[in-house]
Design a protein around this ligand. Structure first.
Ligand SMILES: Nc1ncnc2c1ncn2[C@@H]1O[C@H](COP(=O)(O)OP(=O)(O)OP(=O)(O)O)[C@@H](O)[C@H]1O
Length: 469
């Protein structure tokens, strides 16, 4: 069972899961995700996680797609795992939206996976990308002219939500595992047609490069990815310092950077500092593309005061007299679902809200009195708390028993009583487990965990704006 050990060690090395965490496993029914489900099912007790299977029927291939869905549902059943199987008419969505087939499928699939995670209270979504996918991605990014960031390839953990436990496993190892374990799987016929760029790279370009140029192409590309990740991380440290130095005021609805400091940076750092500023503004890990970054660089060097450059996600850069301001053009209409393990002791940053929760466990001697604390702080009886805590946005059907209340109520009713506007409710951070809420951040602790005469240790929580306070 070498593969099990390898995957488990990789997951631990990248801190992919915490004990008590629920993981949605994205299963297409192909060999990779079939093997992923089988492996995670075998590892789940050791890792202390629970699994939920998710499959989206994109309805692209008629009966074949329907059969994939049945296949995945049956596989989940055999493993005794809960599953969410959904069909979405992606061809119709694609016609309406004008998106390409691949982009439309990806968008609908990721929305479905996030929604499933939200509904079942999962902190992670496991995808079955493997080492050959990684090599293809790096090659494709190279062909597009990507810089070091693109050459890093697929990340083992993205946005603190998506995990890729098979990222260091070669396709041939997965096929061998499926054979050894007698696993049957579905074969997506469109994967074998060289019509999409990725399929052409996999089916035509890679074999040609292996045959005529480098028999060790895949390991070479994986090494390039590793080197790029290390170099990228080094450059990021340099950028972090330069960025902080150029920052004119705390990060909020807009970000202001000193023009003089920006102009004094080497272009390689300046480009990254702009990308970082944009990520802080939008709360996204996505990288600002070359074209937009270049337009802002040009604004810094040649723009007149008041000139603007538009950026994705309704943001813009404005050249002021002595600063560059990055701002949102309108309120983000919705906050995406988020869930993070609560660091105790430590600070858990919530990029979606640009807020941080600081948590520490301390002995309790009676002071301070929880009733004297401001709403942004809370004390809970550490002895009564569950082992692992998460910070997350609300889930459908959440219930909460507020401090001082005789019974639990729907969280929605609590919000109504507290006059929290509907559009604000997704922005309230909840500390707890996927099933229970111990603190409605900035508002109220739960009755069950209140400090009383028997409390020996308390969990002290503090909510603040920005990355730290
Ligand atoms: N229809 C689907 N439903 C749920 N998850 C999916 C679906 N299609 C793909 N995924 C997930 O997204 C990952 C990446 O998708 P991609 O299409 O690149 O791979 P794939 O070729 O479908 O992989 P596999 O060998 O599992 O079929 C998959 O490994 C799987 O975890």
């Amino acid at each position: 069972m070498d593969l099990l050990k390898k995957v488990s060690a990789f997951m631990v090395r990248h801190r992919m899961v915490e004990r008590g965490c629920r993981v949605v496993v994205a299963v297409s029914g192909g060999p990779d995700s079939t093997a992923l489900l089988h492996i995670l099912h075998l590892l789940k007790d050791d890792l202390g996680i629970s699994l939920h299977v998710a499959h989206l029927n994109h309805m692209f291939r008629g009966r074949e797609s329907d059969n994939d869905a049945v296949f995945v549902a049956e596989m989940a059943g055999r493993c005794n795992l809960p599953a969410t199987i959904k069909s979405v008419d992606v061809p119709a969505y694609r016609r309406q939206s004008g998106l390409s087939k691949q982009v439309a499928a990806r968008k609908v699939r990721y929305e479905f996976l996030c929604e499933t995670a939200r509904q079942v209270g999962a902190a992670r979504i496991a995808l079955a990308h493997q080492a050959d996918d990684q090599a293809e991605t790096i090659l494709i990014n190279f062909l597009r002219g990507a810089g070091t960031t693109g050459l890093k390839g697929i990340l083992p953990v993205r946005d603190n939500l998506y995990i890729r436990p098979l990222l260091e496993v070669r396709r041939a190892e997965i096929e061998r595992y499926c054979r050894e374990q007698n696993l049957s799987f579905r074969q997506d016929s469109s994967n074998l047609q060289p019509v999409y760029a990725r399929n052409r790279v996999r089916l035509n370009l890679m074999p040609l490069l292996v045959r005529d140029y480098n028999p060790g192409l895949v390991p070479a590309l994986l090494r390039l990815g590793e080197i790029s990740r290390e170099e990228d991380s080094f450059l990021d440290d340099q950028v972090e310092k330069a960025f902080k130095d150029a920052l004119d005021c705390p990060i909020g609805e807009s970000i202001s950077l000193s023009l003089g400091k920006l102009k004094g940076m080497p272009v390689a750092i300046r480009r990254r500092a702009l990308r970082k500023a944009w990520q802080c503004l939008t709360g996204r890990e996505r990288v600002l593309d070359f074209k937009h970054t270049q337009a802002v660089l040009d604004l810094i060097d040649n723009g007149e005061t008041g000139a603007q450059a538009g950026m994705p996600l309704n943001t813009a850069a404005v050249r002021r007299h002595s600063s560059l301001e990055l701002k949102k053009l309108r309120e983000n209409p919705g906050t995406p679902y988020y869930i993070y393990p609560l660091q105790v002791p430590g600070a858990t940053y919530l990029p979606e809200l640009d807020q941080t929760i600081y948590a520490e466990e301390i002995p309790y001697t009676g002071a301070p009195n929880p009733a004297d604390l401001p709403p942004s702080e809370a004390l809970l009886d550490a002895g009564k708390l569950p082992e692992s805590l998460f910070v997350r946005s609300r889930l459908a059907g959440d219930v909460f028993q507020p401090y001082g209340s005789p019974a639990a109520t729907k969280l929605k009713d609590f919000f109504i009583k507290q006059k929290v506007a509907r559009e604000e409710r997704d922005r309230v951070p909840l500390v707890g487990t996927p099933g229970e809420i111990v603190w409605v951040g900035g508002m109220r602790t739960g009755e069950k965990w209140k400090v009383d005469g028997c409390t020996a240790r308390v969990l002290r929580l503090k909510l603040g704006r920005g990355r730290c306070f």
